[in-house]
Design a binder for this molecule. Structure first.
Ligand code: PEP
Length: 256
């Protein structure tokens, strides 16, 4: 995922959550890769489970699709059962990582202080981070969306310079839209993206904010991707459930 200073190339990312064995992952690729062969308009990336990641990376060699991990620890090694380190990801050719996904925040107590440590580790290892932010329904209903997004970014980006953040990707994922079938309207998503871009300018620089790709995630489907992508500040999508079937995800990648 390369950032261009003059233009933000869209990225469509599939998050497979805790689905698909290695065999199922490879069967997906057999069906999916021919459907997106030669597709250059958007970058495409898949985030399988850690048990499938090595197989998926090998199968994607030479293709136009990238793959990354759904999480990682910030240290290179240590007594941290169940964790995977940045060096371990690098050793299997993994150069992308999802950080701070709301399911990690909600079910495993992930905090933005830890996201900050992980983000610094990703930057130090040359791993492209996709950092998720997003508010709860109650926070939106209380009129706190802007405050929540700004706080999340401020903490995640603490002590990170614009040059360090050059390859950063942000995903705006309103928690009320994830896996619920109720997508944010393109206008709501665009408004949140503008808040995020403004905060990136404050945390780092206006140039970084202008160059950073901000993805929308939350019940993206073939039926709603086009209207989301028509919004100026929306630079791609992070797709969960609808990325699990090859034809569905290919239809999203090839939005009109
Ligand atoms: C996600 O997992 O990041 C996500 C947005 O899920 P879904 O598309 O299923 O809402």
């Amino acid at each position: 995922m390369e950032n261009s200073s003059s233009m933000r190339k869209p990225i469509i990312v599939g998050n497979w959550k805790m689905y698909k064995t290695p065999k199922e992952s490879l069967a997906f690729l057999d069906a999916f890769l021919p459907l997106v062969a030669g597709h250059e308009r958007d970058e495409i990336a898949l985030f399988p489970t850690i048990s499938s990641l090595g197989y998926v990376l090998d199968a994607l060699a030479g293709s136009n699709v990238r793959a990354g991990a759904q999480n990682m620890h910030w240290l290179d090694e240590g007594p941290y059962t169940g964790e995977t380190s940045p060096t371990m990801l690098m050793s299997i050719g993994c150069k992308h990582v999802l950080l701070g996904h709301s399911e990690q925040r909600l079910y495993f107590n992930e905090s933005y202080d830890r996201v900050n440590l992980k983000l610094k580790a990703a930057i130090n290892h040359g791993i492209t981070p996709v950092v998720c932010v997003g508010e709860l329904l109650a926070e939106r209903q209380d009129g706190k969306t802007e405050e929540v997004l700004r706080d999340q970014l401020r903490t995640a980006m603490n002590n990170i310079t614009a040059s360090e953040a050059a390859h950063l990707v942000i995903a705006y994922e309103p928690i009320w839209a994830i896996g619920t079938g109720s997508t944010a309207t393109p206008e709501i998503a665009a408004e949140a993206h503008a808040i995020i871009r403004h905060q990136l300018a404050e945390c780092c620089t206006p140039t970084l904010a202008e160059n950073t790709r901000i993805l929308y995630g939350g019940s993206v489907k073939p039926e709603n991707i086009s209207s989301l992508m028509q919004q100026d500040g929306i630079d791609g999508a992070l797709v969960g459930g609808a990325s699990l079937a090859a034809a569905n995800f290919a239809a999203i990648v090839k939005y009109a």
